[in-house]
Design a protein around this ligand. Structure first.
Ligand SMILES: Nc1ncnc2c1ncn2[C@@H]1O[C@H](COP(=O)(O)OP(=O)(O)OP(=O)(O)O)[C@@H](O)[C@H]1O
Length: 266
């Protein structure tokens, strides 16, 4: 049986008033995939994600579960897709638990209050992410990394199968980076689908079924992580000389890094 894509993006272009950002972008996202979107600062990764969530409107065809995206309003999209943005500020003094309960909004009727079940689901999501102890803290007073983990819990509480994450490890300490990547791998093994941007080719090698590389507003590579993350690509896209070595059956990027030798002051 042919697997139907969650998303298809065809010939997508987008320009801000003064400059073009995306040109003729094609992308498909299939159930169970973990797709890492790599590319240098400003190449258009967040713009592509925002277009896929209808937070921006471009030219081209975007379909979610086969239906044109313009047939969905934001609430409909939230019944299928959880979005974890790069930065998140909330104007009011919501607690962490209230923030996570907000993940249930697309499941509630208009004007309905969260039920006991909604609160239980939110608490279970906080437990799963390992931050139940933060439940009563004001969200606005958390560190950047703690906020990121709360947004992950909120996405889990949303009970959808597709997650779109913009630089999810941004601001996370090393332990939380690994916990978050492990959680992505665990959820993917349960059949969840991920599209995530990242600045870390190593993370893309660690947790991805496919890697897509953007450069100059276009997709220049899309395929198996080991085939896409090569010294040639790292040089072309990031201007970095690096080897991709294999260790424990995985690829790791090792940059050529020769700092000037340090001469202590006499
Ligand atoms: N609101 C805006 N108005 C005008 N230009 C914008 C706006 N937002 C982003 N841009 C520009 O669009 C281009 C793409 O930005 P985008 O945020 O999509 O890049 P990115 O690949 O996600 O970058 P990063 O890795 O630094 O997060 C950049 O040149 C950026 O300066």
């Amino acid at each position: 049986m042919e697997l139907k894509p969650v998303y298809t993006v065809k010939n997508l272009s987008f320009a801000y008033p003064k400059h073009s950002v995306l040109e003729g972008v094609d992308l498909a996202l299939y159930p169970g995939e973990v797709v890492s979107l790599l590319g240098p600062n400003g190449c258009g990764k967040s713009t592509l994600i925002r277009l896929m969530l209808r937070l921006l409107e471009g030219r081209g065809d975007i379909r979610l579960h086969g239906e044109p995206l313009y047939n969905y309003n934001h609430r409909d999209i939230a019944t299928h897709v959880a979005y974890i943005p790069q930065y998140h500020n909330v104007p009011f003094g919501y607690s962490v638990e209230e923030m996570v309960v907000m993940g249930r909004v697309s499941k509630l009727g208009f004007f309905a209050h969260p039920s006991r079940r909604d609160r239980d689901i939110a608490r279970a999501a906080l437990e799963r992410v390992g931050i139940a102890d933060l439940a009563s803290r004001p969200f606005g007073q958390l560190s950047g990394g703690q906020k990121q983990m709360v947004l992950l819990a909120r996405a889990i509480a949303q009970e959808v199968r597709t997650f779109i994450m913009d630089e999810p490890v941004n601001g996370l300490d090393y332990g939380n980076q690994m916990r978050l990547l492990r959680m992505i791998a665990e959820l993917a093994a349960e059949g969840y689908t991920f599209l995530k941007t990242t600045h870390y080719p190593d993370h893309a090698l660690l947790v991805s079924t496919r890697v897509v590389v953007m450069h100059g507003g276009k997709i220049i590579a899309d395929g198996d992580p080991d085939a896409v993350i090569t010294p040639r690509m790292l040089r072309h896209v990031y201007d970095v000389d690096a080897e991709v070595i294999r260790h424990r059956e995985r690829g790791w990027c090792v940059p050529h890094f020769n700092p000037p030798s340090h001469t202590p002051c006499s």
